[in-house]
Write a protein that binds this ligand. Structure first.
Ligand SMILES: [Zn+2]
Length: 509
């Protein structure tokens, strides 16, 4: 059935499943064969680290030779320390998609940053999407801060809210200001604050700016948006490349080993030098001699943080190197798991809700899982890759572009059936926030205004760390030696105001 929406092909999935390779193959098919008016394809990068120049090995960028003459847009074009956020990418991607359609070519969006892809496919779901109700004019603003916000704020926080900094303070060189900013967000929008660490000062400041600009909290905006149905921006075909977990984990480990062989260390050294010597960094960061800020630009990429200590340590040892490699592998696997969880719990329900909404036009959005568990030959295409991934992908894309009836996605493979069924279809808008909620460790926290915060899912691992175990043993000793004197603190009291939510007794996972 015809629709007025323009077609878009998306290739998503965790890191290390062969997305780039499939993208080039599908683009070449369109170049060689064409479909009605479509005479080619361009690839649009949706990997938040590949937008930066440099770090080609570490971010696993497709090499110019492997691109086979296909345009790759939004790749390799941002300076290493440039901020590039989801809203900017969506804007740039829409422009690139539009240009591609105008050339009678199909845009193929490829990347592991599923969060970006989701916001490209479904508009009006970013907190910053709302129309600003106020200009940046602070005098006008003051009179317009809703009373319900003012009444919540003690004088110091009200003053800070009134004069929000333009640039986020550094949590390293200015922890007091960073924690005060976090306290302000906690007071105004607790669910959103809990999603961030107090050290994520840019995110914290952004949330506060939204409250100021729009007179509503991000939580309120998210809830409001959730009450309006989703609609797709394009007629979308999503191809999700996936592999069984054990196979994927092994492949990711091998990929880290390959990266090291191919120059990861050299790239990290270059980036480290750049960060140390660049005068091109934002004014707010000039005072940081080490520039070890892992929350901006490409400094966020997996590998940099893990190798930072090794690189900056003049005392090189094999043990320290092995430790950095192990940490890189751990982070890579953890990241891949998060990508899969996002696709299954966020993108899939959104696609399902749209196809239900547009009943009768089922091809307005479709998602197929292609099983890449079989051997992925490097260079040459492996046999199982051709039969399990490439052939079905071509067949489905052809049918999609011809607006023919599409096969049932759950029939493609046992893995597809397992991953695409029994999906939690309730799109809980605050579920993302809940899932990433930080837990405060009462034992490791020395300064309550700058607490040690751990991701909910990492809590068990945190409890096994040497430092935490040592503190736990000490605390136990203290309690048993002077039981009559011990009074439970707010943190330790299970029924205390925050004990249940943040304390050690009931930890959200
Ligand atoms: Zn701890």
């Amino acid at each position: 059935m015809a629709t007025s929406l323009q077609p878009l092909v998306v290739i998503c999935g965790a890191t290390g499943v062969g997305k780039s390779k499939l993208g080039v193959e599908l683009a070449l098919r369109l170049v060689n064969k064409g479909h009605n008016k479509w005479r080619g394809a361009r690839i649009i990068n949706a990997d938040s680290m590949q937008v930066y120049t440099g770090m080609n090995v570490t971010t696993n960028k497709i090499s110019p030779a492997e691109r086979m003459g296909i345009d790759h847009l939004l790749m390799d074009f941002k300076k290493p320390d440039e901020q590039y956020l989801v809203g900017q990418w969506v804007h740039d991607a829409m422009q690139a998609i539009n240009e591609t359609h105008n050339r009678n070519e199909i845009p193929i969006v490829i990347g592991g940053t599923s969060y970006w892809i989701q916001h490209l496919l479904f508009p009006n779901r970013l907190a910053s999407d709302g129309p600003p109700s106020l200009s940046g004019d602070s005098d006008r603003f003051r009179s317009a801060i809703p009373e319900r916000f003012i009444s919540k704020l003690p004088p110091d926080l009200l003053n800070l809210f009134d004069q929000l900094p333009e640039q986020a303070p550094s949590a390293i060189s200015d922890p007091d200001r960073a924690s005060l900013l976090y306290k302000l967000l906690q007071t105004l929008d607790e669910p959103v604050a809990a999603r961030w660490h107090w050290r994520d000062t840019r995110k914290v400041l952004r949330a506060l700016q939204i409250i100021k600009e729009q007179g509503r909290t991000p939580s309120e905006i998210i809830n409001e948006q959730a009450s309006t149905p989703l609609f797709p921006r394009y007629r979308t075909l999503c191809l999700w490349l996936h592999a069984e977990e054990s196979v994927l984990d092994r492949r990711l480990d091998e990929r880290v080993d390959d990266m090291i062989k191919n120059g990861l260390l050299q790239e990290i050294r270059e980036l480290y030098e750049y960060a140390r010597t660049s005068t091109d960094l934002g004014a707010g960061r000039r005072d940081e001699p080490d520039r070890n800020d892992f929350t901006v630009g490409i400094f966020q990429s997996i590998g940099y943080k893990e190798f930072y200590k090794f690189i900056s340590d003049p005392d090189v040892s094999e043990g320290k190197f092995a430790d950095a490699v192990e940490r890189t592998k751990h982070s890579t696997r953890k990241y891949a798991k998060r990508q899969v969880v996002w696709l299954r719990n966020k993108l899939l329900p959104a696609i399902y809700s749209v196809t239900a909404e547009y009943r009768g036009k089922s091809s307005v959005a479709a998602l197929y899982l292609l099983d890449t568990t079989g051997k992925l030959a490097v260079g040459l295409l492996g046999e199982s890759w051709v039969s399990n991934v490439l052939q079905p992908a071509k067949m489905i894309m052809d049918a999609f572009l011809n607006e023919e009836e599409l096969p049932d996605p759950t029939t493609l493979s046992p893995l597809a059936r397992a991953m695409l069924t029994n999906v939690n279809k309730a799109l809980s808008p605050l579920a993302v926030l809940e899932a990433r909620r930080k837990v405060v460790c009462p034992l490791c926290t020395k300064n309550p205004s700058q607490p040690v915060m751990v991701e909910g899912a990492e809590w068990e691992a945190h409890q096994r760390t040497r430092l935490h175990r040592r503190l736990a043993a000490k605390a136990k000793e203290r309690i048993s030696s002077v039981p009559w004197k011990h009074e439970l603190s707010e943190w330790e009291r299970p029924s205390g105001p925050r004990g249940l939510r943040l304390g050690i007794y009931n930890v959200p996972v």
